[in-house]
Design a protein around this ligand. Structure first.
Ligand SMILES: [Mn+2]
Length: 429
C-alpha cells in the first residue's frame, strides 16, 4: 500500500494586514502539516500542486521556512514532488527559478513538461540531471505540469496526447495541475471546463489540483485540497486542508485532514441603519459585540487568538466622515484581544442613499426608475418633478439604445422639459 500527502497553495512568504504573526501562521501551518501528516504518517511522497511560495522572488525568511521542513523530509527519505503555480512560476525568458534550484540541489523534484520544436513532451525523470516531467515512486507514476493560465484548455489537448503514450496502466497514475475548474472557482476566468478535464480520465487515476483556495472533489478522481491557510479575508469562510491519500489495489482513498495549525476566524456583522448619531451607533455596536463575543484570554487556554472580521452594513444615518473606524477598531482590540481586527466598511453613506428600502424582488426596471428619481429629488429645484423627469430620462435612454438620432432625442427632451416646467409654474386652475 502506498500512502501520500497532497497539499497546494502554501504561499510561504505572504504578507497581509501588516501582521508578523499572521505571516508566521503560514509557516506554522506548513510545519505542522508536514510533521503530522508526512513525517508521523511516514508517507511515500509529498505532492505540492503549485504556489509553494507566494512570490517567484522568494524572500530569505520564506526560504528558511521552506528549508526547515524540506531538510527533515530529505533526511528521512520522503521525496517532495512539486509543480509551479502562478505565484512561483519561472519568469519567461530565464532558465532560473528558486524551484528549479531547489530541484537541482536535491530538496524537491520539480516536474515540468519539456518544450521541443514539435511541441510539448512528457519525459521521464532523470536523476542525474534532476529534471523531468514524470517520476515513478512506489506503485505510482506522477506527472507534473506548469501554470497555463488562460491557455489551459489548448494545453490540455497536448498533455492528453502525451499521456496516451506515457501513462502506465500497471501503475497508479497521478497528474499534478494548477488550475481553476469551472463551477468551483472564487475568481472569474480562466477556468477549465469539466468536460475538458474528463479527457484526462482515461489515463489518470488521481488528478492532484491546486490554485483554487477552497476544497473540492469531483467524481472521486479530481481532488483540490484548498490552500493550507486563508490568504485573504474573503477566504476565511472556505473549507481548506490537506489530502492524506492511501492507494488500495489501484483505488485512492483520500481523506481531507484539517487538524493542524490554522488561525481561527470570527466573522461578525453589524447593521448601522437607524442610528442617527455616531455615539448611538457606537453604543449599539458594542452592546451587540458584548453579547456575541468572549474576550480572548491568552493565559487561561492555549487556544490561538482569532482574527476578528467585523463587517459594517446598511445605511448610515449621518455623514460618512463621522464614522469613526479607527476608534471602533481600537476599542474592539482593547476589549476582545484578538490577533487582528479586520474591519470591513460596506455601509452606504447617507449622501448616496438612493433607492433605499426597496424590496429585493422589485424588478430591475423599477429599481432603475427609483434610483434616477432619488438622484433628481436631491436637487431642491427639481424635487417636485422628480417622477416626471425620471420618466423622461428613461425614455431618452430607450431611444438612444434604439439608435434614434441624437438631434431628435434632444428635441424630445426640450419639449418635455418645457411642458413639465410650465405645468409646475402654472398649477391647475
Ligand atoms: Mn494560490
Amino acid at each position: 500500500m502506498t500512502k501520500f500527502l497532497h497539499i497546494a497553495d502554501i504561499h510561504l512568504g505572504i504578507r497581509r494586514y501588516r501582521s508578523e504573526d499572521r505571516a508566521k501562521d503560514f509557516f506554522l501551518a506548513w510545519r505542522d502539516c508536514i510533521e503530522r501528516y508526512a513525517l508521523a504518517e511516514n508517507v511515500s511522497f509529498v505532492l505540492i500542486a503549485g504556489d509553494f511560495f507566494d512570490a517567484r522572488k522568494v524572500e530569505p525568511q520564506a526560504m528558511n521556512q521552506a528549508m526547515f521542513c524540506l531538510t527533515r523530509l530529505r533526511e528521512v527519505g520522503i521525496p517532495v514532488v512539486v509543480i509551479e503555480g502562478n505565484h512561483d512560476s519561472h519568469e519567461t525568458g530565464t532558465r532560473f527559478s528558486w524551484l528549479r534550484s531547489l530541484s537541482q540541489w536535491g530538496f524537491i523534484k520539480l516536474l515540468e513538461p519539456i518544450y521541443e520544436d514539435d511541441g510539448l513532451k512528457l519525459k521521464a525523470w532523470d536523476e542525474q540531471q534532476r529534471k523531468g516531467s514524470f517520476i515513478d515512486i512506489g506503485e505510482a507514476r506522477i506527472f507534473g505540469s506548469i501554470w497555463y493560465g488562460s491557455t489551459v484548455s489548448q494545453s490540455l489537448t497536448a498533455l492528453v496526447d502525451q499521456l496516451r503514450e506515457q501513462h502506465d496502466p500497471q501503475r497508479f497514475n497521478i497528474m499534478m495541475l494548477h488550475t481553476d475548474v469551472e463551477g468551483q472557482l472564487n475568481r472569474p476566468i480562466p477556468a477549465l471546463p469539466v468536460a475538458k478535464l474528463s479527457e484526462l480520465k482515461s489515463y489518470i487515476d488521481y488528478l492532484a489540483l491546486g490554485h483554487t483556495h477552497k476544497n473540492f472533489e469531483i467524481d472521486g478522481w479530481v481532488y483540490n485540497p484548498g490552500s493550507l491557510e486563508a490568504c485573504s479575508v474573503d477566504e476565511y469562510a472556505n473549507l481548506r486542508g490537506a489530502y492524506l491519500v492511501e492507494i488500495h489495489q489501484g483505488q485512492a482513498k483520500a481523506q481531507l485532514v484539517r487538524d493542524y495549525h490554522q488561525r481561527p476566524v470570527q466573522r461578525l456583522g453589524f447593521d448601522v441603519s437607524g442610528h442617527a448619531t455616531p455615539e448611538a451607533l457606537h453604543t449599539a455596536l458594542f452592546a451587540q459585540l458584548d453579547s456575541e463575543l468572549t474576550p480572548h484570554q491568552p493565559t487561561e487556554t492555549d487556544a490561538l487568538a482569532p482574527v476578528l472580521e467585523l463587517s459594517l452594513r446598511g445605511h448610515l444615518g449621518f455623514k460618512n466622515s463621522l464614522l469613526e473606524l479607527n476608534r471602533i477598531r481600537d476599542e474592539v482590540r482593547q476589549r476582545f484581544n484578538p490577533l487582528l481586527v479586520v474591519l470591513r466598511n460596506q455601509t452606504v453613506p447617507v449622501e448616496y442613499a438612493v433607492a433605499a428600502g426597496l424590496h429585493e424582488h422589485v424588478s430591475r426596471a423599477e429599481r432603475e426608475r427609483r434610483v434616477i428619481e432619488d438622484l433628481i429629488a436631491r436637487d431642491a429645484r427639481f424635487r417636485e418633478q422628480a417622477s416626471g423627469i425620471a420618466g423622461l430620462i428613461l425614455e431618452a435612454k430607450r431611444l438612444a439604445l434604439s439608435q434614434e438620432q441624437p438631434a431628435r432625442i434632444a428635441d424630445l427632451i426640450e419639449q418635455r422639459l418645457a411642458a413639465t416646467t410650465n405645468a409646475a409654474e402654472s398649477p391647475e386652475m
